[in-house]
Design a protein around this ligand. Structure first.
Ligand SMILES: Cc1ncc(COP(=O)(O)O)c(C=O)c1O
Length: 435
């Protein structure tokens, strides 16, 4: 039973959700007693006027926005609604290529088409911030009806959201910020027209809890609410809504968190072979490109030998999530584990692997498809998405021409143990391509 498995899981959570199952802090009753539907006196998420409106008003004040919406289907639903509320069939949406698959799905649902900004990667192979001048250039090139940027990214890289918003607004184009990993930043959501943030990722809300914020007069908040209403469950969980409220009201001890996080980061900077990268207070990225272990093996070692579960393992790094709900005793355990592992590693030259070039797009739309051998699919037009999960960023998008380079990149990652998924789940053997 899932419930039993969940109850038995005692691994130390350096991963989402942000409440870290810290029952000492949060209380531990499974809340059937508060699981209701929209009965009289309990308002309605789809047209809130009472107690749910109060939560949204609180969110709007906290995040300094014009309008806030409680979401119980994750940032995913907020992103889908943002696209459907702003673009029409045939419109162009300019997105950072490292956007989450929900952005791609939203564009497909809207019948719009995507053009990309490919962010540069840093020396560790991590996507950098999006630069406002590049955004400006791409807006002039593609004349989009919406811009979508992810900030912070899964690894915690932040773009200058104020400048990016100013750039889009120069052309009167709305910008949607996917800040699924940025709910811990108040004052972050006031710049973009739409900002979506998962309260369950870096804040202590139950999984699926999120917020969307709509600002200014380019996007009509009523249009946004209507699209949300079309997409979101008609039986929103009051437990989740309670959790959103609790999360907004909770007085977390950020002072201690900052001190403990800082101590952990400073100490880990002394690792000899593993390298700590801290782009964001809630993300600890441990880079292992300079030594004889890869990210997948490092995650396995942490799990099997130290009972520590990381958030994400990539070829050259692992990502761990830190939040103000952490039991700080675990930071010592993590430190000890990392130093023990580090002590047994050897230096190796890091040969940076370039990420594959942006695949070429086919001029025809995919109508009929056939199942092809993945290894022999170079030159064919993909009819599927392929992505690593996490982080859920597409490597191949339907309509793109599959290259030898991307086949090698994907196969290499599958061999290493990276969790690569595809629309029809037939990788690494097969992929659907245009007939
Ligand atoms: C960048 C990004 N955006 C959006 C999402 C979707 O968020 P949610 O799981 O709250 O639906 C994720 C999920 O991992 C994500 O990483």
């Amino acid at each position: 039973m899932l419930y039993d498995k969940l109850k038995k899981n005692k691994r130390i959570p350096f991963h989402m959700p942000g409440h870290k199952r810290n029952t000492n802090l949060l209380g531990n009753d499974f809340p059937y007693d508060i699981d209701i539907t929209e009965i009289n006196g309990f308002d309605n998420l789809h047209c809130p006027e009472g107690i749910i409106k109060e939560i949204e008003n609180k969110a709007k004040e906290d995040y300094e926005c014009d309008n806030s919406f409680v979401l119980v289907n994750g940032s995913t639903v907020g992103i889908l609604a943002g696209i459907l509320a702003t673009v029409k069939r045939g419109d162009t949406v300019l997105i950072a290529r490292n956007c989450h698959k929900s952005v791609y799905n939203g564009i497909e649902l809207a019948g719009a088409k995507a053009e990309y900004i490919l962010p540069e990667v840093d020396e560790y192979g991590i996507f950098r911030a999006i630069e406002p001048d590049i955004l400006d250039e791409k807006i002039r090139l593609y004349n989009p009806k919406l811009v979508v940027i992810t900030s912070p990214t899964y690894e915690g890289v932040n773009s200058d959201v104020e400048k990016l918003s100013e750039t889009a607004h120069k052309y009167n184009i709305p910008i949607m910020l996917d800040a699924a990993h940025g709910a811990h930043y108040v004052g972050y959501a006031k710049y973009a027209d739409i900002t979506v943030m998962s309260l369950h990722k870096t804040m202590p809300a139950l999984t699926q809890c999120a917020l969307a914020h709509v600002n200014g007069d380019i996007v009509n908040p009523e249009d946004y609410r209507i699209k949300l209403s079309m997409l979101e469950t008609s039986s929103p969980s009051y437990i989740l809504m309670c959790s959103v409220e609790g999360c907004l009201d909770m007085k977390l001890d950020y002072w201690t968190f900052h001190i403990e996080q800082d101590k952990l980061v400073k100490k880990c900077k002394e690792l000899r072979h593993l390298k700590l990268i801290d782009y964001d207070i809630t993300k600890l990225v441990i880079f292992c490109g300079y030594c004889n272990i890869n990210g997948i093996k490092l995650a396995e070692k942490l799990r099997n030998e130290y009972n520590i579960e990381v958030e994400m393992a990539a070829k050259n790094y692992v990502v761990l999530v830190l939040t103000a709900c952490d039991d700080f005793k675990n930071y010592k355990l993590l430190r000890k584990a990392l130093f023990q592992i580090d002590g047994n590693l050897k230096s190796e030259e890091f040969i940076p692997v370039d990420l594959p070039a942006l695949p070429e797009k086919s001029s025809e739309s995919v109508i009929n498809k056939e199942l092809s051998d993945f290894d022999l699919s170079a030159g064919k037009v993909s009819a599927e998405y392929v992505w690593a999960y996490p982080p859920g960023i597409p490597l191949i998008v339907p309509g793109e021409i599959i290259s030898e380079e991307i086949i090698d990149y994907i196969n290499d990652n599958i061999k290493l143990g990276v969790n690569i998924q595809s629309t029809y789940s037939k990788l690494p053997q097969k992929i659907h391509c245009q007939l």
